[in-house]
Design a protein around this ligand. Structure first.
Ligand code: PLP
Length: 752
């Protein structure tokens, strides 16, 4: 059973709302502008719903317009207010809460510029509790033309002090827009009790379908239509009305008015206590990012230190629980939440923040089941040494584990037999995770190394060395990059690590060459050679003229086919070799085939590095990317084609790249009885590269994961390294049909 805990993003449609919508689509489908019977019926329904909205929202007067949702409502309100401010000299700014949904600042900037007002658009600061700074607002209000504040925040659930805001605005002529989207059905909002000029609502946040919303406009408040045309909604909002949406919203408002929709406040508060208790039990270090007494009882925003929000999202999703990181609108981009940043949370804490929100009509059984699964998620992280607690039976320890933060890579190299490990290029964001790994596995930490003095991020080498208990740490006198003084090599059981100076990117750049009993197997090359790029050499401490000969030294030391593990991997290519990079990078090829000298190489490289833009993570780019790393064409296979490929080529290898903590929670997927599934989590994928690349060229490698993103990354990386028959299951197993419980036991379970 799926547990949906992302109600602030959207909600399912109430049964009565669905019935009402179907009724007006199938039977009473008239157009409210028609004057015949069918039209009159539709108009009557619309009027009924409007009256109900007025009663529920406490707005007996003013306009109550149906429109497509809160985004349109907010645009209309901002346009109306700003159009009325044209030519007025008594205002110089527009104010909005720093934690508003991004539609508000975007609408302000858009209409301010389009109408040529050129007013200052300022954000009202919030305190660490997420509430507006009312003194700041009181000071600016006399010069403000419009003030926009939300009733409750979508990410944190923080409820604004609307009465305090009204008091701060008293005496000013500012118009006041309230984004009441998250308040509907969760707070008792009586609009006419406050001097609100505009209030926007959205149906899909409270059990109505998407595409229907309401805008309240106070009687006498300025109004300008966003849409003109057929004159619907008293010519305030043209366009044939969304009658299924209106009917559905009517059913929701009716249920709300009768008290049949939202559970009592005490019940919701009890749910919250249950969920936060389960979260505390599951993740003992958890930090809640808001004060419960200031929040909607239906929203919990929290961070688990050392555990990235992406890990939590994948983990909860594997347990069939839908939650969200930051705001749902920004779920696919890597930027931390602007809401938590405005509240002053450190970047690391906001990067690991997660939002859990349930609808006000939630059933107690659902909450109990959610608590059970939350505890099980905690257990999965503990068992994998990702949070404190007794680990379970650990998956076999792989030689190299890769961690990535905003494209920067850190590697943990471990030897299971000797129980020794070392870390290369640790990042501050990973200290907790690495510490958990080392202590949980009880491996001795033999070294913490940097490949160079980093310009784009801090190294957390000393914090890591200091944090690991003495009996698990074997570190003596070190040089600046962490190499044990006086040592030729670092031994980890049968593995040994040597170093090779490769000045260029920086003067101290160093490659670490890993060898096993059969010779060199991998090289950690920092930012010297990355997939599709050479490390930039335009820093103060770079040595551009030495770069070329360092490349030759590397070639001599490792040959063309040793896997190079880079310090940055912006496009998810995992590894490269000198042979693959010579195909993609003419500069590298010219240097290695002897056709370029060091000066020509350095000069051409410098030209490539002029005005390098930041990366998509908004971090400094460590090299000039030449062309896109990996083509996408044909990488993704729809389910039927994926299955056909499995059936057609029995030697093909099906690979589950989900992490062990997800696999533990995961659900069964039926690939068929004969299919053997390899589990190679993305974090340890580099270990399988030599084996997969030694396969006959026509052996299909078929990757899958939860959503298809990570498997596509793996397939593209394998193609780039030369194995063209690499594919990914499009959409991942999230789109896989669910198995009935009886089928489940007889199916192949990729999670086992
Ligand atoms: N305001 C808030 C607080 C929201 O949560 C949302 C939806 O995410 C919106 C505005 C936009 O609403 P709609 O989806 O109806 O355009």
């Amino acid at each position: 059973m799926e547990i949906y805990l992302d109600a602030n993003a959207t909600t399912p449609v109430l049964e009565a709302a669905k019935v009402a919508a179907i009724g007006v689509m199938m039977d009473d489908f008239g157009n409210p502008s028609s004057v015949h019977g069918a039209g009159l019926k539709a108009r009557a329904l619309m009027n009924e719903v409007r009256s109900c909205a007025r009663r529920v929202l406490g707005a007996p007067t003013g306009q109550m317009l149906f429109l497509s949702g809160a985004t349109e409502g907010i645009q209309t309100a901002v346009l109306s207010a700003l159009n009325a401010l044209r030519g007025r000299l008594d205002f110089d700014c527009l104010l909005y809460g720093a934690t508003e949904h991004k539609v508000v600042p975007e609408a302000l900037e858009h209409w301010n510029s389009l109408l040529g007002l050129d007013l200052q658009v300022l954000s009202i600061p919030v305190g660490s509790d997420g509430r507006h700074d009312l003194n700041w607002l009181r000071e600016r209000a006399p010069r403000a033309g419009l003030v926009c504040t939300m009733a409750a925040n979508n990410e944190t659930g923080v409820v604004s002090d609307l009465e305090g805001i009204a008091a701060a605005l008293r005496g000013s002529k500012a118009l006041w827009l309230v984004d009441a989207v998250q308040a509907l059905g969760k707070l008792s909002l009586r609009i006419s009790d406050l001097p609100i000029d505009y209030a926007a609502f959205s149906g899909h946040k409270l059990y109505a379908p998407k595409g229907i919303g309401l805008l309240y406009v106070r009687e006498g408040a300025p109004f300008t239509s966003l849409l003109t045309g057929g004159g619907q909604e008293s010519a305030l909002r043209s366009g044939t009305e969304n009658m299924p949406g209106i009917a559905a919203l009517g059913a929701v408002l009716d249920a709300l008015e009768r008290g049949n929709l939202s559970r009592p406040r005490e019940t919701l508060a009890r749910y919250r206590v249950q969920l936060s208790g389960a979260l505390r039990e599951a993740f003992p270090g958890i930090l809640f990012n808001t004060l419960p007494e200031l929040c909607l009882p239906t929203t919990l925003n929290f961070s688990v230190p050392g555990v990235d929000s992406k890990v939590l999202l994948d983990l909860f999703d594997a347990a069939d629980m839908r939650i969200s990181g930051g705001s749902a609108c920004s779920a696919s981009n890597a930027e931390p939440s602007h809401v938590l940043e405005a509240m002053g949370l450190p970047r690391q804490r906001s990067a690991s923040a997660v939002r859990l929100s349930f609808g006000p009509a939630s059933e107690p059984d659902m909450i109990e089941e959610a608590c059970r699964r939350i505890r099980s998620c905690g257990q999965a992280l503990r068992e994998n040494c990702m949070i404190d607690g007794p680990p379970g039976e650990l998956p076999p320890c792989e030689r190299v584990t890769r961690f990535v933060v905003d494209g920067a890579c850190c590697y943990l190299v471990a030897d299971a037999a000797s129980r020794r490990c070392l870390v290369i290029d640790p990042l501050p964001e990973l200290t907790g995770q690495l510490f958990q790994w080392i202590c949980g596995h009880e491996f001795v930490l033999a070294a913490v190394l940097d490949t160079h003095s980093h310009g784009d991020h801090a190294s957390s080498a000393s914090a890591l060395r200091a944090g690991v208990p003495a009996h698990l740490c074997e570190i003596g006198r070190l040089d600046a990059l962490g190499w044990p003084q006086g040592s030729e090599a670092i031994a980890l059981g049968e593995l040994s690590l040597n170093r090779l100076p490769i000045p260029g990117h920086t003067q101290d750049s160093t490659a670490y060459l890993l060898a096993d009993s059969s010779g060199p197997c991998m090289a950690f090359v920092g930012d010297m050679v990355m997939p599709g790029a050479l490390g930039r050499s335009d820093f103060e401490d770079s040595d551009p003229l030495a770069f070329g000969s360092s490349l030759r030294d590397l070639q001599q030391a490792v040959g063309p086919d040793t896997f190079l593990l880079p310090g940055h991997d912006y496009e998810g290519s995992f590894a490269c070799t000198l042979r693959t990079e010579r195909v993609h990078q003419p500069l590298l090829d010219g240097m290695l085939d002897g056709s370029m000298d060091a000066v020509y190489f350095a000069t051409t490289k410098a030209m490539l590095e002029e005005n390098l833009p930041p990366t998509r993570y908004q971090t400094m780019a460590c090299g000039a990317q030449v062309g896109r790393c990996t083509p996408d064409e044909g990488v993704e296979l729809e389910r039927d084609n994926f299955m056909a490929m499995i059936a057609a080529v029995p030697t093909g290898i099906v690979v589950d790249v989900r992490e062990p903590y997800e696999q533990r929670q995961g659900r069964a997927v039926d690939f068929g009885e004969q299919v053997r599934i390899e589990t190679v989590p993305l974090s340890v994928l580099v270990n399988a590269l030599p084996r997969w690349l030694a396969l006959p060229r026509d052996t299909p490698l078929l990757f899958f994961c939860r959503s298809g993103n990570r498997s596509a990354q793996a397939a593209r990386a394998l193609r780039r390294l030369g194995h063209a028959e690499s594919f990914s299951l499009a959409g991942g197993i999230a789109l896989w049909p669910r198995l009935a419980p009886t089928e489940r036991s007889s199916s192949v379970d990729p999670t086992s």
